[in-house]
Design a binder for this molecule. Structure first.
Ligand SMILES: Nc1ncnc2c1ncn2[C@@H]1O[C@H](COP(=O)(O)OP(=O)(O)O)[C@@H](O)[C@H]1O
Ligand SMILES: [Mg+2]
Length: 256
């Protein structure tokens, strides 16, 4: 399958099983949403997929385009086409947005082709300007230090800018809506939708509000509870959750 496939994944953190035999497929060009209450393992899942050393699977397979990537370090996973937009992006004072993005792009190019000399500065400037335009970002932003003093919305826009420059095959978006006002949310969503349409990017979008899914329409919605996917449905499942909360699912599970 072209895309991301998680098979029977279990993850233990500090002797507690957080992800419990979870399976999910995110084909390229599709948008899959994971919703679930706080503390249910959503971020743990995204860290595990990216290869965070503190989140190693006990069992199960993580496949990207049919290749098992369990044993690859995070940078190799990124190289292979995965991208994780963080819930809490970190600030790097002293490194400008432009320099950070150019380094990220050149690192990727060099891994793909060791003889690559990097993107020439004028070409990079043009690319950056084009992508910032699409995301309605003030060009002055490129010269600011990465995430240093950025508002919540600016940080998320910068994550999406990075995604637009690196053009991943699969993006995992962990609560990118937290801290966004409605205008910023719309811009971020437009950026994601554009990458899905133009590049057939696959998206695993993690959120606990339905609101984001009004702007980024998922092909499927999965509910994560106690480390398991307990239900999968279409967009209407998100609306139902918004209206009824999660307790009814627990009750139905207990009754079954
Ligand atoms: N590094 C960690 N140390 C201790 N507990 C952790 C760590 N990471 C996750 N957990 C625990 O795993 C559970 C799931 O957390 P998380 O994946 O962040 O949930 P969610 O993103 O769904 O809110 C929580 O009980 C959390 O306390
Ligand atoms: Mg989380």
């Amino acid at each position: 399958m072209t895309g991301l496939e998680i098979k029977n994944l279990s993850v233990t953190v500090h002797e507690k099983k957080i992800i419990d035999h979870l399976s999910i497929k995110v084909p390229k060009g599709e948008i899959h949403a994971i919703m679930g209450p706080n503390g249910t393992g959503k971020s743990t899942l995204s860290y595990t997929i990216m290869g965070h050393p503190a989140y190693q699977p006990d069992e199960g397979d993580i496949l990207l385009n049919d290749q098992r990537i369990n044993d690859l370090p995070p940078d190799a996973r990124s190289q292979a086409g995965l991208f994780l937009a963080l819930q809490y992006p970190v600030a790097i004072p002293g490194v400008t947005v432009a320099n950070f993005l150019r380094t990220a792009l050149n690192t990727r190019r060099k891994k793909a082709n060791p003889n690559d000399r990097g993107i020439p500065v004028p070409a990079f400037r043009k690319l950056l300007k084009e992508k910032m335009n699409l995301l309605k970002m003030d060009p002055a932003f490129a010269g600011r230090y990465l995430n240093d003093g950025f508002s919540g919305g600016e940080k998320k826009r910068t994550e999406v800018l990075q995604m637009a420059i690196l053009e991943p095959e699969i993006a995992i978006l962990d609560e990118i809506d937290s801290g966004l006002d409605i205008d910023a949310l719309r811009v971020v969503a437009e950026g994601v939708n554009m990458l899905v349409e133009q590049n057939q990017m696959g998206v695993l979008i993690i959120t606990h509000y339905q609101r984001l899914l009004d702007y980024i329409k998922p092909d499927a919605v999965h509910i994560l509870m106690d480390g398991k996917i307990v239900r999968t449905g279409d967009f209407t499942l998100a609306t139902e959750l918004e209206e009824r909360g999660y307790d009814w699912i627990r009750q139905e599970m207990a009754a079954a």
